[in-house]
Design a protein around this ligand. Structure first.
Ligand code: AMP
Length: 380
């Protein structure tokens, strides 16, 4: 039997990333950026997908190839409607459209990509894989904000969580590798965006992002947790508009807000040179992480594995070491040598909690989930 080929499309607001996978193998991948920006040659998502199609055709892997089995799309917000990967129909795109107010920066770009590839290959099954879906198993106790119920329900205000494909992939890999597929895992996805999750037996119990990707950990440019009173204070006393507050928290917050740099490599260089702003930023970042690890330990009761992933989690021994510092009483420790060498398992032998570094692979997870939908729909 030939290995099935899946084209994975991550069509964001200003970029389209793609990967063509055959089983676990990546045959091609790339990114088209600056869509719709002033002076950019890429006018819209249609033009971006044309470039993707050309790049693939140039490698003899055209979108029109009969060998392509399906197209999988990353969709950021699935609300409460979508709790698993879903075969795309007109009704499904209408429902994703309906969720745009919840993810105004993301869902429109996702939809634009879907629309173009459905036009290019109307014969192929196309599947939406939602960033929120893996977190749909969190309990009402974890999902509900303690605000007026009527307002919350009317406006669909609750905690949804994001980065779900990464948390699903990494938690499964980490548990399987530890020989504990039903075990308890804390995943720390630390990229430019960052989120944590608590997973038990493959089910997500808690996650740090909320109704939007702003809640939780300190990120590259997002603040993470904040006293909601700060928002009204900024508006009332600081004289800021909601647009300005939104921009400050999403683009000018996090590491950038604290020290001017959002890239952890730059922060660490300044830290090594004794820069006090970088020192504060780094300590705020790691303190927040440690706090979440403690909280998720309490949510899970026992922890088998802590998994680091994402650009920072995979590449920064200093973040891993500092975030887990002082947790020996919980059976959590990091072996300095293993950590520096970037080994897969970085905890010392014999500690209760295994600490691992697992490169995330969201494209592979989307391809797998895309294929998983097909037999059900073809042979109901
Ligand atoms: P991601 O969003 O997962 O691609 O992660 C991107 C982020 O990873 C960058 O903004 C950097 O802050 C961080 N990063 C990448 N390489 C390193 C490194 N060697 N050390 C520290 N941080 C890194």
């Amino acid at each position: 039997m030939t290995v099935k080929r899946v084209l994975v499309i991550n069509s964001g607001s200003s970029s389209v990333k793609y990967a063509l996978l055959a089983g676990e193998d990546r045959l091609a991948s790339g990114i088209v950026e600056r869509i719709g920006e002033p002076g950019s040659p890429v006018a819209d998502h249609g033009a971006a997908l044309d470039i993707v199609a050309d790049e693939l055709a140039g490698q003899g892997l055209g979108i029109d190839s009969p060998e392509l089995t399906a197209i999988g799309h990353r969709v950021v917000h699935g609300g409460t409607d979508f709790t698993e990967p879903t075969l795309i129909t007109d009704e499904v795109t209408a429902m994703i459209e309906e969720l745009v107010p919840l993810a105004p920066l993301h869902n429109p770009g996702n939809l634009a990509g879907i629309e173009v590839t459905r036009r290019l290959r109307p014969d192929l099954p196309q599947v939406a894989v939602f960033d929120t879906a893996f977190h749909s198993t969190i309990s009402p106790a974890a999902a509900t904000y303690a605000i007026d119920r009527e307002v919350a329900e009317r406006l669909r205000i609750r905690r949804y969580g994001f980065h779900g494909t990464s948390h699903a992939y990494v938690s499964r890999e980490a548990a399987a590798e530890a020989g504990r597929p039903d075990g308890n895992v804390i995943v720390l996805h630390l990229g430019n965006g960052a989120s944590a999750s608590a997973v038990s037996g493959g089910r997500c119990l808690e996650t740090s992002m909320g109704m939007t990707p702003l809640e939780g950990l300190v990120m590259g440019t997002r603040s993470g947790d904040l006293d909601p009173g700060v928002l009204t204070y900024l508006a009332r006393t600081g004289g800021m508009s909601f647009e300005e507050i939104d921009t400050m928290l999403n683009r000018g917050g996090g590491m950038r807000g604290l020290c001017g740099d959002n890239d952890m490599r730059a922060v660490q260089e300044r830290l090594a040179a004794g820069d006090p702003d970088a020192e504060l930023a780094f300590s705020v970042y790691c303190h927040r992480l440690r706090k979440y690890v403690g909280a998720y330990y309490a949510v899970l009761g026992t922890v088998d594995v802590i998994a680091f992933t994402g650009g920072v989690g995979e590449n920064s021994p200093l973040v891993r070491q500092t975030a887990l510092d002082g947790l020996e009483a919980l059976g959590i420790a990091v072996d300095p040598g293993r950590n520096e060498r970037g080994e897969r398992v970085i905890s010392p032998d014999g500690t209760a909690v295994r600490v691992v570094v697992i490169p995330t692979n969201e494209e592979l997870e989307i391809a797998r989930q895309t294929l998983a939908v097909l037999p059900r729909t073809k042979h109901p």
